[in-house]
Write a protein that binds this ligand. Structure first.
Ligand code: M7G
Length: 349
């Protein structure tokens, strides 16, 4: 119920923003959205799949709910395309603790109704003024079955893949998926080609062999450095994951480590000691990329069953050029992931 009312708030807020835009800015060619905190925003180039509101969403079901993360993962449809599914993720944003935001929050504008009161203790249902506390909404539309599976609550299993399993099972499986366009990484190419998100780029080295683009991950709003989450995406195409890295990629990895750290220090004032730089194995998207997050950010995807530190990867490759072709990887897969069945049935161990 709470989520529903918050969802209504965000839909309403987006509608207000849209109504404030000029005609040239409305529809799919809209150039910008503001954000909920009234910060000025850069003008964004929007893809044709971006929406002005969630109005008319139907067949909505809950894929998963994470109470500690205060997030709900929904599946639904929009009237213009009953064939297409959407994944909508609604999350509570961290508080803005700037003096301006706090004085707005602790004011008559925040409606209080008492839930409980005993002596010096009281709790309230507090409804802040519109524009003070928003939700982060993520839309994947149209969403593939793989996206829906990714966000659906499912049992997970830890499985081990040897180097031989990768060659004989995982790689052929991935190639089949690529040819069926299941692992679509158009969003990565849009970034590398400056077709989308170019205004968000923090740093770029355009060398085709060792260069990369550094920009905020979709999960980060780019504001609070304590929740920094950026990704470094190499310009070089065709390296699917950490599994394919060898000695010849050392210049690329060292370049990312050096220049990404330099750019983050310059822009956000954060040192290497406050950051983790890592790969995911298995990743969701098979174009090599490095995740860079603030160490205090407590997020899924940093566990021993998925994250591989960039420093360790560099060191291991220096010790043995084909380390990542030889190594066995353990990782988790969800119940419905076809790769789980492939590995369970065919792997050597
Ligand atoms: P991953 O390890 O392949 O998969 O990381 P994961 O999502 O299961 O962690 C891909 C990373 O890219 C994730 O951290 C995503 O949040 C991020 N990401 C995904 N997409 C589709 C986009 C996008 O369009 N823009 C940006 N900036 N980040 C994205």
């Amino acid at each position: 119920m709470l989520c529903f009312s918050k969802a209504v708030v965000i839909v309403h807020y987006m509608s207000v923003l849209i109504s404030n835009m000029s005609e040239e800015q409305t529809g799919v060619t809209k150039k910008s959205f503001g954000d909920n905190n009234g910060h000025s925003t850069k003008r964004l180039k929007l893809s044709e799949n971006a929406r002005a509101s969630f109005e008319g969403a139907y067949d909505v079901s809950v894929l998963n709910e994470k109470r500690t993360q205060k997030a709900v993962f929904l599946q639904g449809k929009f009237p213009e395309n009953p064939e297409a599914d959407a994944v909508i993720i609604l999350e509570q944003k961290p508080f803005d603790v700037s003096p301006k935001a706090l004085s707005g929050l602790l004011s008559v504008e925040t409606e209080l109704s008492v839930d409980m009161n005993n002596d010096i203790y009281s709790t309230y249902n507090a409804i802040p003024a519109r524009g003070i506390c928003g939700l982060k909404a993520t839309l994947i539309y149209p969403a593939s079955k793989k996206h829906i599976n990714k966000y659906r609550k499912q049992d997970i299993f830890a499985i081990t893949e040897t180097g031989e399993d990768y060659q004989k099972i995982t790689l052929p499986y991935l190639e089949k998926q690529f040819s069926n366009n299941v692992f679509n990484i158009q969003w990565v190419y849009n970034i590398l080609d400056h077709k989308q998100e170019s205004e968000r780029i923090i740093f770029e080295d355009s060398d085709p062999e060792v260069g990369f683009v550094l920009l905020p991950d979709m999960k980060w709003d780019g504001k609070d450095a304590k929740s920094l989450y950026v990704i470094a995406i190499p310009h070089k195409r065709g390296i699917k994951s950490v599994r394919e890295l060898t000695g010849k990629h050392l210049p690329l990895l060292e370049n990312i480590e050096l220049k990404a750290l330099g750019a983050i220090k310059q822009k956000f004032g954060l040192d290497r000691e406050s950051l983790r730089l890592y790969f995911h194995y298995q990743p969701s998207y098979y174009h090599l990329h490095v995740h860079i997050t603030h160490i205090e950010l407590d997020i899924p995807g940093t566990s021993v069953l998925r994250a591989h530190l960039l420093y360790d990867v560099i060191e291991n490759i220096k010790l043995k050029s084909d380390y990542y072709q030889q190594k066995s990887f353990s990782f988790t897969l969800v119940q419905n992931d076809p790769l789980l069945e492939e590995l369970r049935t065919n792997r050597s161990t």
